[in-house]
Design a protein around this ligand. Structure first.
Ligand code: BDR
Ligand code: CA
Length: 320
């Protein structure tokens, strides 16, 4: 299917745990994606564990040694780093106890990898951020000219209307490093935001789909079931919904196939990095009351059917 879609050069910036690994797997299996590298950002679980999770995902995809993994920012710009082992397990992978991958991380700093890659191919590199935006912010600070050279940044983060998952107002990726988000949102980079409500509305793998996946025998399906085990329990406990949230992988699906996003609107969006109460809250000016120049494309709706078709192709071991 992906062979009919335009080819995309991707750099995946991730706090690899749970659904980040599914997003990465989709990029690794997409016939229209050239995955240039993976950069790791502080987010879900301990930093070096996230690096290992990315390396192991690459190994499961059969691409060991082929995709470089660059460790990036080990802590948010200013704040204390708070992780989410309660959501994804201590290893971030549903406490699966996976073996150590053969591939080792690169020496090069992830932020430098972003700057160098974008400068090496102006207008060609799509950044996909499925964690906090620390690395992207540091890259823009190091070389502001990259903002105009990135083809587009797609990020999973924020909320369209404040359905927060870490505080009533804020989504985890924005909340961990709101100062980085502030820099990125005002960088002038072409950007698309995929917020938490959209992901929960269109990107939840439900109980009957989980049961279907549980009896599939591919390495990809077994991997998916394992890494999401803890997140499924958490979602049931906290949200009362029986399923696996896939915010990062629906974001990757939108990158791979634009048709997955069915309603995208250009808006002015800001993020709160000043108050404690609404730390990391994204404010989408739906009605243009602020009369500011729009800075983001915001996804308002997505095709659950298309996303799940892509996900299930990947889980069956077929090209996405
Ligand atoms: C985000 O937080 C992480 O736990 C997920 O991977 C996703 O990127 C959702 O708020
Ligand atoms: Ca993530």
């Amino acid at each position: 299917m992906g062979e009919n879609l335009p080819s995309i050069r991707i750099l995946h910036d991730t706090d690899t745990a749970g659904d980040d690994s599914t997003a990465l797997m989709m990029a690794l299996k997409a016939s229209n994606a050239i995955l240039e590298g993976v950069t790791i950002n502080c987010g879900n679980v301990a930093f070096d564990q996230q690096v290992e999770n990315a390396l192991y995902t690459i190994e499961v995809a059969g691409k060991s040694g082929k995709i470089p993994v660059y460790p990036g920012a080990r802590h948010p710009l200013i704040r204390e780093w708070e992780t989410a082992e309660n959501v994804h397990g201590n290893d971030g992978m549903g406490d699966s106890g996976f073996p150590r991958a053969n591939q080792r991380p690169e020496q090069k700093f992830g932020v430098d990898a972003i700057v160098d890659l974008v400068n090496s191919a102006p207008g060609e590199i799509t950044l996909v951020a499925t964690g906090p935006l620390t690395n992207i912010a540091l890259a823009v600070r190091k070389d502001p000219s990259i903002a105009k050279k990135v083809k587009r940044l797609y990020f999973m983060g924020g909320t369209n209307q404040y359905l927060g998952n870490v505080t009533p107002a804020a989504e985890f990726n924005m909340w961990v490093d709101p100062d980085a988000a502030k820099i990125v949102l005002h960088s002038g980079m072409p950007m698309t935001m995929v917020g938490w409500e959209i992901c929960m509305r269109h990107g939840l793998v439900n109980r009957s789909e989980l049961d279907e996946i549980a009896i599939m025998s591919t390495a990809e399906a077994k991997f998916f079931a394992a890494v999401n085990r803890r997140a499924v329990e958490f979602t049931k406990e906290v949200e009362g919904r029986d399923g696996a949230p896939c915010p990062d992988s629906i974001t990757m699906a939108i990158v791979l196939n634009k048709a997955v996003a069915t309603d995208v609107r250009r808006k002015f969006v800001d993020v709160d990095n000043e108050s404690e109460l609404s730390r990391g809250a994204t404010y989408v000016d739906h009605l243009n009351v602020l009369k500011m120049r729009p800075n983001l494309d915001v996804v308002y709706a997505a095709s659950e059917r298309l996303f799940k078709e892509m996900l299930f192709r990947m889980l069956r071991g077929e090209p996405v």
